[in-house]
Design a protein around this ligand. Sequence first.
Ligand code: AQP
Length: 335
Amino acid sequence: MNNTEKKVMFSGIQPSGDFTIGNYFGAIKNWVKLQYEFNCYFCIVDLHALTVPQEPAVLRGKTMECYAMLLAAGLTPDNTTLFVQSHVPAHSELAWLLNCGTYMGELSRMTQYKDKSVKQGENIRVALFDYPVLMAADILLYQAHYVPVGDDQRQHIELCRDVASRFNNMYSDTFTIPEGYYPKTGARIMSLSEPTNKMSKSDSNENGYISLKDKPEVIMRKFKRAVTDSDASVIYDEDKKPGISNLLQIYASATDSTIQKAEQECRALSYADLKIRVAEAVIESLKPIQSEFEYLMKDKKLLEEYMQKGAQRAEATAVKTLNKVQKKVGLILRK
Ligand code: AQP
């Protein structure tokens, strides 16, 4: 099947830190499989990262590293349009036009905004409130049928569908109405130090997450410190034993197995041995990615070339959609 016959898929990932095994087992590993089945647009969403304060030089560095990491994890420019969001200005332009048709009330209901704004204290950025509209623009520009996301993004996908349908009804069919794609094998990985919270790359406690760049000795040390419980049985029970359940989930993901099998295999282990077993599996599964990442990071020119080609390919599609929208709302297209 060639790309034009495949359904379109879009997803983005923020360069707000080093990718964690949460990002990898929960999203990136699936993207690598999906790139053969769908016409995929995957994107480093640097504009979304700016919704919270960033150090400019750090953001630039992380954007380059995240791009290299996606290639190292197995996305290939032949099968995926892999690009940086800010390289395609149509994202910001469509976001503005969609803003003109989105209601304050709709955005106020977004739970992620409510959660994240609490962490930001007094000076909450307008962009944090408006983030779901930019996300809608990201998706709609490519006429995406599917958006692989975690459960936490369900509400944002619904908003995107509402905004797109409203536009279609007001002006005539313009946007494909996308659907969330929730892969069965997608794992939700929790923090090692607070296993009731999701593992996050911007966690201020670096013992909470395993970065894809962590060296084997660091991975081992972090797992040895992982919070468990005062019991001694290796049983999967998310409510009563979140720490142990998380370790079993990570082990299952790293060994391409199921939680049931992981539980059977590890049942007789002490907590200390379980931590070592999980750490070794993670170290092993990250080895090829880490060596490919190191290799790619030595050739910035090649990375920039990939970025440029990815952006050109993305832009060719994005501009078509943007121009349609501009015409429909009454703007004169520049000749
Ligand atoms: N802990 C996780 N378990 C499973 N999946 C996860 N994802 C993130 N964390 C986990 C999935 O990774 C994709 C990209 O996420 P993102 O970087 O755009 O934003 P996020 O979900 O906010 O990820 P982080 O790591 O928690 O970033 P920060 O700390 O910057 O907020 C998504 O598909 C997500 O579900």
